[in-house]
Structure formats: structure tokens, C-alpha cells
Design a protein around this ligand. Structure first.
Ligand SMILES: CC(=O)SCCNC(=O)CCNC(=O)[C@H](O)C(C)(C)COP(=O)(O)OP(=O)(O)OC[C@H]1O[C@@H](n2cnc3c(N)ncnc32)[C@H](O)[C@@H]1OP(=O)(O)O
Length: 174
């Protein structure tokens, strides 16, 4: 690890958007694609805060939309790095909606994005270590290895038999 270790709070990023007519589908709800664009931006900023480098989006885990966000509502996206590996970092993003006139706040969705820090030529470079501080950060940190192995196996970048964390969950050796 080339640089001083950081804590998740050093990477915390919050972004607030208002759903305007140009962001919506024919039902007057926020389009999924627009939300994913905002999620990519907020998480890339969190990853950059950790790496102090250019980062590229390497993968996006599954995103399910629990609750539509209506025209005129406010969207809050919060992102934090959960774990750093060699050149990659995992970022957790939580999205909430808010209808200000009624005071109603509701969860919309959450996701994990993976970013890779690269040099000016686009080659991966090492990133600093991330040290969790709170219990929640430790849980996200612990789960990150499992999620990493799952996405690398699905992306055919790791053989299933090398995914030790997944094997222990499914008890494949027994
Ligand atoms: C911010 C933006 O929106 S950028 C635009 C969208 N994104 C892009 O254009 C990225 C295009 N892809 C790339 O440039 C390359 O594939 C890179 C930089 C992501 C990886 O480059 P590679 O030469 O394959 O690198 P390599 O195999 O050495 O892997 C580097 C790291 O990427 C990680 N990685 C590569 N592919 C994936 C993937 N699909 N999912 C998760 N992590 C991945 C590896 O696990 C490794 O992480 P580690 O160093 O922490 O162990």
C-alpha cells in the first residue's frame, strides 16, 4: 500500500438532487438510468477521495429499485468506501427519497460499485488501505471480500474453486 491508510469517514460523500421533468418516465417517476448515473458519480467521488487518483468504474452489483421516486421529490445519495484491495475499492451507496411538502422520507435502493485506481495511461495502481472504525463499517468490510469473490467469479476473473469465502458460506468442501 503506497499511501497512508484512511477510514471510511474520509471517503463519505453526499449528493442531493431534485427530480425534474426531464429526469422522469411517463409515470412521472425518476428514471432508473438517471438514478444509476447519479449513483456512479457519487460513488466515483467517494472512491477518488480514498485513492487520490483517477478511478474507473469496474463493476456494479445488482441494483433493485424498492420504491419509485416521484417528480418534485428530493433524492439523497450517500457513498462510502467499504474496503480497499490492491488497486480496487468497493463503495456502498444508499439512496433515499424525500417529499418535502409532506415530510415523508423513504428508502429507494442501495448498491455496491467497484472502482479501480489507474495512472494516466489507464493502468491499475495500488491504493491505500482502508481501516473500518464503527461496527457497521466493520460488517461492510468483512462482507466485501465475499462480494468481491462473487463478482469476480461471475465476471470470469476468478475460478469458483479459488473463491474461498464463497466456499465457506456454501460449505462446498463438506
Ligand atoms: C468513472 C467511470 O464511469 S469510468 C467508465 C466506465 N469504466 C471503464 O471504462 C473501465 C474499463 N475497464 C478498464 O479500464 C479495465 O478493465 C480495469 C482498469 C477496470 C481493470 O484493468 P485490468 O487490466 O483488467 O486489470 P487487472 O486484471 O490487473 O485488475 C485490476 C483490478 O481490477 C479489478 N477488476 C477487474 N475487473 C473487475 C470486475 N469486473 N469487477 C470487479 N473488479 C474488477 C481486479 O479485481 C483488480 O483489483 P485488485 O487490484 O484490487 O485486486
Amino acid at each position: 500500500m503506497p499511501k497512508q491508510a484512511k477510514n471510511p469517514k474520509d471517503t463519505y460523500t453526499i449528493m442531493t438532487e431534485l427530480v425534474l421533468p426531464n429526469d422522469t418516465n411517463p409515470l412521472n417517476n425518476l428514471m432508473g438510468g438517471r438514478l444509476m448515473h447519479w449513483m456512479d458519480i457519487v460513488s466515483a467521488i467517494a472512491a477518488q477521495k480514498h485513492c487520490n487518483r483517477i478511478v474507473v468504474t469496474a463493476s456494479v452489483d445488482n441494483i433493485s429499485f424498492q420504491h419509485p421516486i416521484a417528480l418534485g421529490d428530493v433524492v439523497t445519495l450517500e457513498a462510502k468506501v467499504t474496503r480497499a484491495f490492491s488497486s480496487s475499492v468497493e463503495v456502498h451507496i444508499v439512496v433515499k427519497g424525500e417529499n418535502i411538502p409532506s415530510g415523508k422520507k423513504y428508502p429507494s435502493n442501495s448498491a455496491f460499485f467497484t472502482f479501480v485506481a489507474v495512472d494516466q495511461s489507464g493502468r491499475p495502481i495500488d491504493v491505500p488501505e482502508l481501516i473500518p472504525e464503527t461496527e457497521e463499517e466493520q460488517e461492510l468490510f468483512d462482507g466485501a471480500l465475499r462480494r468481491r469473490q462473487l463478482r469476480l467469479v461471475l465476471g470470469k476473473r476468478m475460478k469458483p474453486e479459488e473463491a474461498t469465502e464463497l466456499k465457506s458460506i456454501f460449505k462446498l468442501d463438506e
